[in-house]
Structures are given as C-alpha cells and as structure tokens.
Design a protein around this ligand. Structure first.
Ligand code: IPD
Ligand code: CA
Ligand code: CA
Ligand code: CA
Length: 269
C-alpha cells in the first residue's frame, strides 16, 4: 500500500498523459519518415517531439484548464501557482539516432516546488515516478511498482558519477574541478539525459550533475530523486528555483561534491 499524497489525482493524471503519448512516440521511433528539423539553437526537434507535447497540452487544457503549462517546444501558457512542465522527448538526439535512451518528462510544480514527476521511457520499458510525500517508484502502473531508495555510499572513492556531456563546464569556468572530481570517484559514466538522475533515485548512481539544464529537463526528476531520499539542488547548492544547472546525489555526498565544484565558495556552503 502506497502512502497518500495531496497530489494523488495529479499523479494519476500524469500517468494517463504518459500512457497516451508512449504509443505515439514509440510508433515514430526509428520511423523511416521521421521529420527532423534544426532549431535556432542548432539542436534537433522531430515531429514526434511536437506531437507528444501537443497531445499532452490538449489533455491538460481539458483536465486542468486553470493550470499553467510550460513545454520545451511550445513555450508557456497561463498563470498561477500550479504549472505543468513538459519535456515531450528528453534525449531527442538519441531518439533521432535510434538509441532507446529517451523519455517523456511530465511534472507538476506547485508554488515553485516540483511535487509530481513522471519519467516514461517506453523504448527502455521503464517508468519512474513520484509525488510529494508518497515516495518514488519504478514501474508501469500504480499497482505494479517498486519503491526506490538512493544508495548509502558515503565516500567519493566508492561513488559512481554520471553526467550528460562535458560542454558547459568550461563556460562555467570549472572544467578542471569537474575533471578532478571524476578522477576521485570510483567510476564515471555518461548515461546522460534523464537517466543519470533516475539512476540516483534507484541507488545505482550516487552523483549526477549538469552545468546546463533547463527547468523542463529537470522538473520531473526533482521529486523522483528527493522522494527516494536524495538531494537535488543547483550546482551552487540552492534548493530552488530550479533551472540552469543541476546536482543530484544520495544526500550523503552532497556537501562534499558542492565543495569540490565550488572551491572558491567554501565559506558560503
Ligand atoms: C537535452 C538532454 C541532454 C542535455 C541537454 C538537454 P533534449 O534535452 O537532456 O542530456 O545535456 O542540455 O537540452 O533537447 O533532448 O530534450
Ligand atoms: Ca531539445
Ligand atoms: Ca530535455
Ligand atoms: Ca526535449
């Protein structure tokens, strides 16, 4: 029996939204006629990204007409304290290249706090989800889920770190600090995208970090990591507002990693 959450109904809706786009996006994965465009920021977007976001927005406007919505492909609509945040396909580059590591990310943010998160990765056959106060879970439905718990690794030399790409650390001015950290952990992997953070929640990775990440890349991941017992902050250690960059750990290692990535800010942490 799962503990109740104030956001039970919203979590249920997020699952319905994910169910409704999983088949649609799967049908476009590896499709011969997949249409790929290049956005002004030179990143790719496909017909599948746009169709998934449109479908989710359509259902939200019927089920939650008063809530605001922010999506990667169609921007922001509405105002108010409750806002749904959608990344229709996180890992578009993987999607385009036929790599199964991509997911639809759906989150509800209430008064600035991410309170519901569903990460649905149909090509991996996985779904991770959480609601505030309810715990974090993995499984395709509410009925058949496994509760998630972060690791208890307490030293960097035993820790596994996952990231997405090396770009961005240079701009942040601390590529050397990041590389130094990767040398001192047990192992470093680039699982990328949503996967690194869901693996922190599962306890199979201990540290995930990213110097460039938008709100829609991370909103769904925050409750999944936090409800699994982890900590999710900016790279500077702020608990919100989210957006910009991200650090998720099993909690135990958080302060040490913050010190390593902000050597000049020791007194502030
Ligand atoms: C991207 C992925 C990638 C991260 C980029 C994101 P998209 O999202 O999350 O791992 O490094 O910053 O933009 O474009 O595939 O949704
Ligand atoms: Ca994108
Ligand atoms: Ca993304
Ligand atoms: Ca995306």
């Amino acid at each position: 029996i799962q503990p109740a959450s104030t956001y039970n109904d919203d979590l249920r809706l997020a699952h319905v939204l994910a169910d409704s786009v999983d088949d649609q996006t799967m049908s476009r994965f590896k499709a011969q006629d997949l249409h790929v465009e290049t956005k002004p920021d030179l990143t790719p977007v496909t017909d599948a990204d746009k169709a998934a976001e449109e479908a989710i927005r359509g259902q939200l406007s019927r089920s939650r007409p008063r809530d605001a919505v922010l999506g990667e492909e169609f921007g922001s609509t509405g105002h108010g304290s409750r806002r749904w945040i959608i990344d229709p396909i996180d890992g578009t580059k993987n999607f385009v290249r036929g790599v199964p590591v991509w997911a639809t990310l759906i989150a509800l943010v209430d008064e600035g706090e991410p309170v519901v998160g569903v990460v649905s990765a149909p090509a991996l056959g996985k779904r991770w989800w959480a609601a505030k106060g309810m715990g974090a879970y993995m499984g395709r439905s509410l009925a058949s889920a496994t509760r998630l718990r972060v690791s208890d690794v307490s030293t960097l030399s035993d820790a596994s770190l996952s990231y997405s790409s090396l770009g961005g650390w240079k701009e942040r001015g601390n590529l050397d600090d990041f590389l130094g950290l990767t040398e001192d952990v047990w192992r470093t992997r680039a699982y990328g995208d949503f996967w690194s953070y869901c693996m922190v929640a599962e306890g199979s990775v201990d540290i995930a970090c990213e110097p460039e990440l938008n709100l829609y890349d991370m909103a769904a991941l925050v409750p999944i990591v936090v409800e699994a017992g982890g900590r999710f902050t900016s790279l500077e250690g702020e608990d919100g507002p989210f957006g910009g960059n991200a650090l998720a750990t099993n909690s135990i290692l958080h302060t040490e990693v913050l010190h390593r990535l902000n050597p000049g800010l020791d007194d502030l942490l």
